[in-house]
Ligand binder design. Sequence first.
Ligand code: SF4
Ligand code: SF4
Ligand code: FES
Length: 316
Amino acid sequence: MSAVPVAPPRRLLDAEVDGVVVRVPEGATILDACRDQGIDTPTMCYADNLTPINACRVCVVEVEGARTLVPACSRTVEAGMKIRTDTDRVRHSRRLVMELLGSSVDTSLASSDWHRWQDEYAAAPDRFGAPTDPMEAGERDRRWAGHHHGSPDPSRAETVSQPVKVDNELYVRDYGRCVLCYKCVEACGTDAQHTFAIAVAGRGFDARISTEYAVPLDVSACVYCGNCIGVCPTGALMFSSEHDMRAAGTWDEDRQTVTNTICPYCGVGCELELHVQDNAIVKVTSPTDNDVTSGHLCIKGRFGFQYVQRRKKDRT
Ligand code: SF4
Ligand code: SF4
Ligand code: FES
């Protein structure tokens, strides 16, 4: 007999996606229905382990009878709904969102899917101007200093003009890569950690992710679970190990292997994915479809891996 409670059966609904009748359980989103049909839908602010927040609108589709395009990641399917995913209007809107995001921040470290979608939709972010170059951190420091001493540059959004924040040994915050997708805020809040160490501060061009009163992480409420890093889609939040290796030019995902194991620290039994390069663990994640973690970890599982690497020669 299974010890896992079985959810009550859900009513099935019929709808149409691109002219094909689909049957999905009540509560399924349009994105779910599209995925069932093998329809590739671009997303940025959506994650399987977070509540949809509708921040980016890159996933929009057309629904017959609706005046505006609707976000596939959060809109639930209704019986009889007629959905179109590949119209000129949808493609135009998705492309424009990609271009606006890509022109406002550096998305070069976003997922390979994101780059594939950019190619597929022929997105050309450069037509809105180049994003801040991540290698120009010094330049950003100067602009930030100028901005906060009476010479604001109104052409620059607050979030991307910040210097890279290195205020602890575990992870780095480079908001020059932040698309304000809110995923980190959700992971830090009610979707996973319930710590509420970060939120969106400011509005419009001033909007940016911040700790309370913009204090450094070590004096904020942050407990260093790293769940925000786990969900960040652009590399704005990054393990210090990865950040340092990228800066040194040694980060190479082609040379990395991923080994799944169980966290050794306590009886919860979280599943870990150890990313290993040159026989050293370089970062730790957890599968989003894991029943125990849903991709989220605590500080020990996420960052407490150095002891594994204390080889004999280091201990003498
Ligand atoms: S490390 Fe954890 S507690 Fe700290 S900001 Fe990220 S999600 Fe919040
Ligand atoms: S730091 Fe990352 S997860 Fe947080 S809002 Fe920016 S892009 Fe999204
Ligand atoms: S992925 Fe749907 S609104 Fe961002």
